[in-house]
Design a protein around this ligand. Structure first.
Ligand code: LHQ
Length: 267
């Protein structure tokens, strides 16, 4: 196990497990924690031995967003520059998750509030414990949703549900989030980690180059015309078709056996 105490990092079966670890504060973000999570994601980006990421939280919560004790207004002084906080701490993390060409599984083990909810929603496959809830809590404290929340909520849910969640800050239970297509699925609390680990392990044993480009393609789709997307699919497939994992996948199919993918990042 490596990483600062506020984010635990452990590589097992090619899956980098990143666990937000301030359970007594429902894993609310401090600056130290931001940097530790970023270091974990950069490791996932840079090390070929990492072929998938599993993000979760320690204790009864997933993440309660920014640590509100960090900027106690009762201490006085000039108001904080939260735009700078976002640019310095949150936005790099969001970009790392989205740009990482490896699958990122998120196991939402309990409440996910504020930026904590939106970091979860930025991940590629989100599983949540049935008891978990997602709260766009920003309206309760006079802020706007951040960490990509307005982007993902509007895109995934459409304006009516996105606006209602953000304007009311009402909790959304995991099962409804799954019914609405906001997450992949809600699972029994006791089954969450086993199911998330099995999924992450199986993705980590997959054709990493192809999976990474699949993620890139799907993310590009909303901003592309059909023409542009067809071009991008062609270019990615050309690369995938030259990979050792493609040759192995076809050979294994013809030999009626399970493929053994090596997950090389270059064809
Ligand atoms: C917390 C927190 C927390 C500190 C629970 N901070 N201690 C970006 C740019 C820069 C600045 C501003 O923000 C942002 C993005 C954001 O994320 S803004 C949104 C920030 N988050 C929130 O507003 C959520 C605040 N938390 C809550 O509403 C509740 O704690 C929820 C609904 C998450 C959970 O409620 P409960 O299950 O009833 O737990 P609790 O409230 O009793 O919390 C347990 C402990 O965790 C407690 O500490 P204590 O020492 O009293 O036991 C809380 O104070 C602490 N905690 N969230 N964000």
């Amino acid at each position: 196990m490596t990483g600062s105490e506020t984010v635990l990092a452990e590589l097992r079966d090619s899956v980098l497990h990143l666990t937000l670890n301030r359970p007594d504060k429902l894993n609310a973000f401090t600056e130290e924690m931001h940097l530790a999570l970023r270091a974990g994601l950069e490791r996932a980006r840079d090390e070929d031995t990492v072929r998938a990421v599993l993000l979760t939280g320690a204790g009864r919560g997933f993440c309660a967003g920014q640590d509100l004790g960090d900027r106690d207004p009762r201490r006085g002084g000039p108001p904080p520059d939260l735009g700078r906080t976002l640019e310095t701490f949150y936005n790099p993390t969001l970009r790392l998750i989205r740009d990482l060409e490896k699958p990122v599984v998120c196991a939402v083990n309990g409440v996910a509030a504020g930026a904590g909810a939106n970091i979860a929603l930025a991940c590629d496959i989100v599983l949540a414990a049935r008891s978990a809830k997602f709260i766009q809590s920003f309206a309760r404290i006079g802020l706007v949703p951040d960490a990509g929340g307005t982007w993902s909520l509007a895109r995934i849910l459409g304006e009516p549900r996105a606006k209602a969640l953000a304007l009311t800050a009402e909790p959304l239970m995991a099962e409804t989030a799954a019914d609405w297509g906001l997450i992949w699925k809600a699972v029994e609390d006791t089954a969450l980690m086993t199911e998330a680990e099995t999924l992450a392990r199986s993705l980590a044993a997959g054709p990493t180059l192809g999976l990474g480009m699949t993620k890139r393609l799907i993310q590009a789709a909303a901003g592309n015309s059909l023409e542009a997307q067809l071009d991008l699919e062609r270019d990615c497939q050309q690369i995938a078709g030259r990979s050792a994992d493609y040759a192995e996948g076809v050979t294994a199919f013809l030999e009626k056996r399970k493929p053994v993918f090596r997950g090389e990042r270059e064809p």
